[in-house]
Ligand binder design. Structure first.
Ligand code: GLN
Length: 236
């Protein structure tokens, strides 16, 4: 089993060989992207990144660039310090299994039920979803977001792709990186679809919960994190 801490954080979902050229170029932050200035409202916010597996570091970098204090969350005491949480991309089955092992599943559910804002990206979207199609047998989620997601919906790893998506609330399209990505197949009445790709919902919001099928943490475009943190600041 994959253990937290015994591997690079930036791992599953980005294995060597899967269209390395386009992904590497995107992941190395070498693409100039015009950045919004750090919002004054995000200073003083402590935002956790669930750090059991997946692309934790990229989220930490994005959050800190926007002026928040980022905390890697592996224990309930770390979760307790956070105003909000990011569930990163990676492998949803592994993250869910480790969350149970680390006794975080219950505390995470309680905080979400209590209104903690959460941004879930790719595997993080799956973890946030109340219902999963094409999951592993018995796959658990943290839940809270009233959607049904289809795991690996766009195909297998080799079918990962990048495309520009128009997202509600953002003036310019987002260059979105999809890696074995889920899509949202059904949404409950309180869920707003913010973006679509190939006709499928790929970004959704339900109150303080925001989820994207793609990886806003790669490529250096901070606008999705900015939208999330502005929402957190407005609630704080
Ligand atoms: N397919 C992965 C899962 O099921 C998600 C991939 C990703 O986060 N890039 O968890």
């Amino acid at each position: 089993m994959t253990q937290a801490g015994d591997q690079p954080e930036y791992q599953a979902g980005y294995q060597a060989g899967d269209r390395a050229t386009s992904h590497d170029a995107t992941l190395s932050y070498d693409r100039p992207v015009s950045q919004p200035p750090a919002s004054a409202g995000t200073h003083g916010l402590t935002v956790g990144v669930l750090a059991l597996q997946g692309d934790v570091r990229e989220h930490v970098v994005a959050l800190e660039a926007l002026g928040a204090t980022a905390v890697r969350v592996r224990r309930v005491e770390e979760l307790d310090r956070c105003d909000a949480l990011v569930l990163p991309g990676g492998e949803s089955t592994t993250i869910a299994r480790l969350a149970r092992t680390f006794d975080l599943l219950g505390p995470l559910r309680e905080r979400i039920a209590g209104g903690m804002p959460v941004l879930g990206t790719c595997a993080g979207m799956i973890l946030l979803a109340d219902r999963v199609l094409d999951g592993e047998p018995g796959q658990q989620t943290i839940g809270g977001l009233d959607v049904t997601v289809r795991r690996n919906a766009f195909g297998r790893q080799v079918d990962s792709f990048e495309t520009d998506v128009t997202m509600s609330g953002l003036a310019e399209p987002v260059h979105a990186v999809f890696i074995r990505a889920p899509w949202v197949e059904e949404v409950g009445p309180g869920v707003e679809v913010l973006a679509r790709a190939a006709g499928h919902a790929v970004a959704v919001r339900q109150g303080p919960l925001l989820a994207t099928s793609f990886h806003p943490e790669v490529g250096g475009d901070l606008r999705v994190h900015r939208v999330f943190l502005d929402g957190v600041a407005a609630l704080a």
